[in-house]
Design a protein around this ligand. Structure first.
Ligand SMILES: NC(=O)c1ccc[n+]([C@@H]2O[C@H](COP(=O)([O-])OP(=O)(O)OC[C@H]3O[C@@H](n4cnc5c(N)ncnc54)[C@H](OP(=O)(O)O)[C@@H]3O)[C@@H](O)[C@H]2O)c1
Length: 249
């Protein structure tokens, strides 16, 4: 039943997150949307909610242990126990070769994408498993962690592969507990995530992709929504390849 859920959407302010929240607001009723952002709440504040749904906004820099703790404390103080967790946070995309390796930058991205996520799951997964109601966890990974990665993505591929490892391990550890822990791995999506890249590189990626175009958020959101829905109750530890065939495993 699509009602009375508590969604915790980490990185709801992402272009993908905003499109996802719009769809979930149509698909669910009487649900609470805990929407996390890092730098700006403007787009989230502008989202209209209907169907008895309500939203609460939470700011946190997930590279900061303190902020992660404040987020957890804030959710606990409001007695919010998520039934559905989506993780979309990441540092902006950049191409990195071996010669560019920057341990500090990589570490920051690992804290944003992996450590904070693990701490948040540590707080909520046991309760989700106890409920035995097919609660859901979905992390947005990337096609770089599925097949052969494109060239010069050393740091990004390293972090996303680590995130994939977390999903696989926790899915194995929680098997049979009626909580579904899965990932979605899209190919390149035209969002603000790419804004620091040379636009010619984005165009080149589009040219070599199957329909000569990069994805739009609307191409990816249905896969995330599916993994959040009851239709995926028999799926656990999956990394859904959403690349229009750019990656075939
Ligand atoms: N775009 C692509 O080509 C592509 C392809 C495959 C996978 N993905 C993955 O899809 C997910 C969403 O990406 P998107 O394209 O929609 O990107 P986006 O719009 O740039 O969103 C990035 C998200 O990360 C958050 N964030 C950044 N730094 C943070 C920090 N220090 N602490 C907490 N949150 C932080 C941002 O928050 P604020 O906006 O509030 O700062 C935003 O919500 C990411 O995990 C990305 O790796 C993207």
């Amino acid at each position: 039943m699509n009602n009375n859920k508590v969604f915790l959407i980490l990185g709801a302010s992402s272009d993908l997150g905003l499109a996802l929240v719009r769809k979930l607001n149509e698909d669910y009723t009487d649900s609470t949307f805990c929407l996390h952002y890092h730098s700006s709440s403007e787009a989230l504040e502008a989202l209209p909610f209907s169907n008895g749904n309500r939203s609460l906004l939470f700011q946190a820099d997930l590279s900061s242990d303190t902020d992660v703790q404040v987020l957890l404390d804030d959710l606990a103080a409001k007695e919010l126990s998520p039934t559905h967790i989506v993780h979309l946070c990441a540092s902006k995309m950049m191409y990195t070769k071996l010669k560019d390796f920057d341990a500090e930058r990589l570490d920051k991205n690992v804290r944003i994408q992996v450590y904070s996520f693990v701490r948040i799951l540590k707080a909520f997964l046991p309760g989700m498993a106890k409920r035995k109601e097919y609660d859901k966890v979905v992390a947005v990974i990337s096609s770089v962690a599925s097949g052969k990665p494109p060239k010069s993505m050393l740091e990004y591929t390293a972090v996303k592969s680590m995130l994939l490892g977390v999903i696989k391990q926790l899915a194995a550890d929680y098997e049979g507990k009626k909580v579904c822990i899965n990932g979605v791995s899209p190919s390149m999506i035209e969002t603000k995530f790419l804004s620091d890249l040379d636009p010619r590189l984005v165009e080149m990626a589009a040219e070599v992709s199957p329909e000569n175009r990069n994805a739009k958020p609307e191409d990816i959101v249905p896969a995330i929504a599916f993994l959040l829905s009851e239709d995926s109750n028999y799926m656990n530890g999956v990394n859904l390849n959403v690349s229009n065939g750019s990656v075939i495993i």
